[in-house]
Design a protein around this ligand. Sequence first.
Ligand code: NAG
Length: 383
Amino acid sequence: MGILVGLSCWAFIIMCLNNVDCTHSEIIAEDLIAVSETDTRASSDSESSSCGCHSLKRDTVVNIDRKVSLLSEQAAVKYSKRANDGMEVNQEHSQDLDIPNKMVLIPAGEFLMGTNNPEIPQDGEGPQRRVHLDQFYIDIHEVSNQEFQKFVNATNYVTEAEKFGDSFVFEGLLSEAVKSQISQAVAAAPWWLPVKGANWRHPEGPDSTITDRLDHPVLHVSWSDATAYCTWAGKRLPTEAEWEYACRGGLSDRLFPWGNKLHPKGQHYANLWQGEFPVQNTGEDGYTRTSPVMSFPANGYGLYNMVGNAWEWTSDWWSIHHTTDELHNPKGPAAGHDRVKKGGSYMCHKSYCYRYRCAARSQNTPDSSASNLGFRCASHNKQ
Ligand SMILES: *[C@@H]1O[C@H](CO)[C@@H](O)[C@H](O)[C@H]1NC(C)=O
């Protein structure tokens, strides 16, 4: 199945390469395939109004003009000192790579899921509905490279990106050497490039490694890979409802895990994009790509990076239609095409991907992987 998808992807590229009529704009108009974090402004213009800011899919690459580079060479690495003051405890933890992911108990309760003031209505952020949940445990941070390495060492697991031989990487992270070998991009979001040899061990392609970021979230893991990891660890992926309840940290109807202000007391509370997407990331929050899994302040439940850093897979199938009936332990639609991901990533900026809110959501096919997509696990029992 994976091989078939992979083949159709490359067949599509070859088709485009051989077809002079296969222009970028035609493909956009025909396919209307957007990726996560597509410009929400673009979604209001006629050409992409039906795109709904979807997912990265393995069969939606198009040719790109190599003369147009979206890379900002001078992304400053400004360290937001004030934001990181008082975070010594976190940094201590993040350097102790032997700490396995701790879980915290999220008490049973009810909460308001979604929002009646959707920022991105086409994502199905509304309507707000009352949801009751049993207690559950959830990882306090995203699964790290080191944790995933432990899993692979123990099981010889091969991820889908490794089987496909490629994965999506944000152009701004790629070396010139890798970029020069790529001639395709994602239709409605040309900053995504399918990079041969990109996978969890090599997040920006063959010339990159994870050795200097073992405490960062594992990336380039598909929904199936994430499920395999959680199962191995005696856990499971959280449902979307569990994830959102955990994100809210005990607060009701707030935008972010910590409240409604993006920068309380002028500080950064999440790893997001500062600057102008996609050309300039100033790194004002201290990071231009992922950050250690326990960076930035934890929310009321003690959970790190619920928004920003890496998107997180949930177990639910994707649908934008929700009942307003009160539900108990909802698990999402019985079937579907895409899986729900939550939380946004280090690439999110209000101008094009205002999805670092607890009610925000997006989707990808279960075999998709990318340089901003990871996961954390949940469980009914303490591990
Ligand atoms: C996985 O195996 C490699 C090679 O033996 C080793 O260097 C690495 O420390 C192991 N990782 C973990 C997390 O155990």
